[in-house]
Design a protein around this ligand. Structure first.
Ligand SMILES: NC(=O)c1ccc[n+]([C@@H]2O[C@H](COP(=O)([O-])OP(=O)(O)OC[C@H]3O[C@@H](n4cnc5c(N)ncnc54)[C@H](OP(=O)(O)O)[C@@H]3O)[C@@H](O)[C@H]2O)c1
Length: 357
């Protein structure tokens, strides 16, 4: 009997996010990884760079893009996930779409890179180069799955998805409930700390273990590329908020802890403020407020986001935690895939975290 699960072509080889996508999809009831594309490890076992996935990998090997796309030539509908570096991703997406569309197959792309998140001129300003596939930008929607209605309001349809960055995810989820209600001034300061897996697998001077372990430092203060994504996703009724964003490198591997400071337009009780979060995300199984300040261990390994609050007079402080590799990337991608392919929102994502790791 034919396998009823939708085939997924996974790009990103030995990268951290690709490994997480493989882990999540291997346990998913509605999808199967039909091919895992690498540019440097073709023919190698998937379990070589991911020894913790030996069960899921079961002897699978990395393939090149051509072989991967040939292996799904007979499938009427496919998903393709890209966890590859920006710039390179747009070229690979275009090559894949040209071939798949030419064969008359249905395809949904989920891109985790920055290549389709921003308008061409913003991308060029921040990345110092024109987008590699400007002709395809309009086919992509950049939005969070828990706030999908904000994206649908514009077009009514969703074709391909450009998943927002991991910092953007933590901050947008925390800020949106208050901005959309007009309860706060559209002017926020954000300080956020990320674990080292946010920098990907290849070590550089600033991301090498001796520089990060037992250390804490800000990087790109007021100059991080995700600030533009936050401004864009938090633009409500045409009003773009002021966002001042200072990211930090933290001495841990997984997770983002973001602290947002707002000025309230009028005084609000803690119960009212918590109610705004829980009402906004009533339709999402993954986002909720907490009675105590949220901690990374509440979410690491899971697709959950937890949001805490403190209020004094007109000052509102919101703290938000996610796992950068799951909610900020692979889990968010699976959430979108569930939606695009008509599966239950929690499919493949209902597992709890480890708590202590
Ligand atoms: N890390 C995070 O927390 C996070 C969160 C959200 C979004 N993202 C985005 O997701 C994407 C993947 O991130 P990551 O952290 O998994 O990065 P990574 O660990 O550096 O992995 C990227 C992988 O892409 C593959 N690749 C394919 N073509 C390549 C090329 N031309 N040059 C270099 N590598 C190439 C490489 O694996 P092979 O050599 O095996 O092909 C590489 O290991 C990036 O666009 C990143 O910005 C990351």
């Amino acid at each position: 009997m034919a396998d009823p699960r939708t085939p997924v072509v996974l790009y990103g080889g030995s990268g951290y996010v690709a490994g997480e996508l493989f882990r999540l999809l291997a346990a998913h009831p509605g999808f199967r990884v039909a091919a895992f594309v690498s540019h440097s490890q073709v023919g190698q076992f998937v379990s070589d760079p991911f020894p913790h996935l030996h069960g899921a990998a079961r002897g699978a090997r990395f393939v090149g893009a051509e072989e991967a796309l040939a292996s799904v030539a007979d499938c009427p509908a496919i998903a393709a996930c890209f966890a590859t570096p920006h710039g390179e991703t747009a070229r690979q997406v275009c090559a894949a779409l040209d071939l798949i569309e030419g064969r008359g197959q249905q395809v949904r792309i989920i891109d985790l890179s920055a290549d389709f998140r921003l308008p061409a001129e913003t991308f060029a300003r921040l990345y110092g180069t024109e987008p590699a596939a400007a002709q395809r930008l309009e086919q992509f929607t950049c939005a969070l799955p828990d706030l999908a209605h904000t994206a649908l309001a514009g077009t009514g349809t969703l074709q391909h998805i450009a998943h927002p960055g991991c910092f953007t995810t933590a901050v947008t989820l925390a800020a949106y409930p208050f901005l959309v209600r007009g309860w706060v001034e559209p002017d926020l300061f954000v300080s956020a700390v990320t674990g080292s897996s946010g920098s990907g697998r290849m070590p550089t001077g600033g991301t090498h273990h001796p520089d990060r372990a037992h250390n804490l430092y800000a990087y790109a203060p007021l100059a991080h590329r995700h600030e533009a994504e936050m401004r864009r996703l938090l633009t409500i009724d045409g009003r773009e908020p002021e966002v001042e964003f200072v990211p930090h490198s933290g001495p841990f591997v997984r997770g983002i802890h973001a602290t947002l400071r707002f000025r309230l337009r009028g005084e609000r009780t803690l119960d009212e403020l918590r109610g705004a979060i829980d009402a906004t995300y009533a339709g999402s199984a993954f986002v909720a407020s907490t009675a105590i300040p949220p901690q990374l261990r509440m979410v690491v390994g899971t697709n959950h986001a937890r949001i805490g609050l403190a209020v004094r007079g007109r000052t509102l402080v919101v703290t938000s935690v996610i796992d950068n590799l799951v909610k900020g990337a692979a889990g968010g991608a699976v959430q979108w895939m569930n939606r695009l392919f008509g599966l239950a929102p929690e499919s493949g994502l209902s597992h709890d975290g480890l708590g202590w790791y």
